[in-house]
Design a protein around this ligand. Sequence first.
Ligand SMILES: Nc1ncnc2c1ncn2[C@@H]1O[C@H](COP(=O)(O)OP(=O)(O)OP(=O)(O)O)[C@@H](O)[C@H]1O
Ligand SMILES: [Mg+2]
Length: 458
Amino acid sequence: MRNNGRILIIEDEQAGLKNLEHVMKKEGYEVTGMLSSVEALRLLEQKEFDVVLTDLRMEEADGVEVLEKCRGLYPDTEVIMITAYASVPSAVETMKKGAYDYIAKPFKLDDVRRVVKSAVERVGLRKEVAQLRKQLERYEGKVKIITQNESMRRLLETANQIAPTDCNVLITGESGTGKELLARYIHFMSRRAEGPFLAVNCGALTEELLANELFGHEKGAFTGASSSKKGLIEAASGGTLFLDEITEMSPGMQVKLLRVIQERELLRLGSTTPVKVDVRILAASNRDLHEFTAEGSSFRKDLYYRLNVISLNIPPLAERRDDIPLLCQYFLTKHSALMKKDVREIAPEAVGLLVNYDFPGNVRELENVIERGVALASGEAIEMAHLPDDLRDLDIRTFRKKGSRYPSLEEQEIAYIRWVLQATGGNKSMAANILGIDRVSLWRKLKRYGMGENQAGT
Ligand SMILES: Nc1ncnc2c1ncn2[C@@H]1O[C@H](COP(=O)(O)OP(=O)(O)OP(=O)(O)O)[C@@H](O)[C@H]1O
Ligand SMILES: [Mg+2]
């Protein structure tokens, strides 16, 4: 069916409702009419509309309640109030709460057509923009997994195979190895790519907050729940939900999540009416797989088997050192461009150090090291002096063996002064201030190191 916009009309007066339904259908919209506002609220629980046209004053629930329901459940839906001429001020009030517009009775049908049309167009436009943005992200390669390593290549092959299926995946790997990146990759390679990708860190919230975040709530479910709110599981419907640090989930939450996976429906907090959900779950953990099933583990086996239909383990960077130079180059280009600098290479001894370093923080740490290097570099290359101290210290023995040289304190000082001068655009007072010395001392240092006026770049 051609979808020109799904419209819900709520009007507790029979003749008025029939009339509006007829006119809107003629405009080519998919129209649902409701005489009872309470029933309409119930319907809204199940179905999303592009535009809701509602009477403001009704016997049962009024237009404001309809508006609040829509705001809580469907941020994209536009609500239009129909109101008797006498209550126009209240209708204007509802616009402050997010209503799109109001129509005063008695109305001209042309006015109704015009307002509804513009609301439908706005919803359509917003959806289009969201979709375009998603496509852009996809094609601009935000999800670029850089690797030349054999075991990573096999891992990606598996990821490509399982991406189009709907099966749940458990991604394991040390911190910073790229678990979330891989999850995004799978999402964008799947048939859910146009749908949402939502990520939750299960370790970052208390049990109550996580439950509220994941399952949402009904109005009045707890003090402060002034309107109903969709949880992330529902919001991710049609897309992918990424559950990070899944082992941190409490036993109670595990049971609830298991139910969602098995029944494909959930209960919002404070509700007894199940809501259907269609979501693919990708879970991640930096624990070893066997820790999930180990004796005494608090992780439910049944949930584990549900999540772990496929498991993908990303090896630590230290186990795929052949990726280090490639990643260095990638991040160098990236951060050079971001900082609008022209740093093109990494000095060979610096590369030597990086390739031998163990990177406990994996790819994230490598990226930080390169980003910092680009910031500090004054010429076209990242030199030894631009690498963090702890990296150099930790690797001191490996490095000595290779017979390379460390930068002297003086070289470090020169590099730092250069960087500060560059960062301040050559403003010596500001630079001296940052360096914690007075202008005369800075001037002396510049002279001693042969960093004349030209160096300051004023
Ligand atoms: N192969 C790769 N190519 C390009 N970028 C990568 C690669 N692996 C990781 N990254 C980048 O490294 C950073 C860390 O990756 P990500 O957040 O996916 O790791 P993680 O395993 O989820 O970490 P944590 O366990 O700490 O949550 C991100 O900025 C990501 O884009
Ligand atoms: Mg992560």
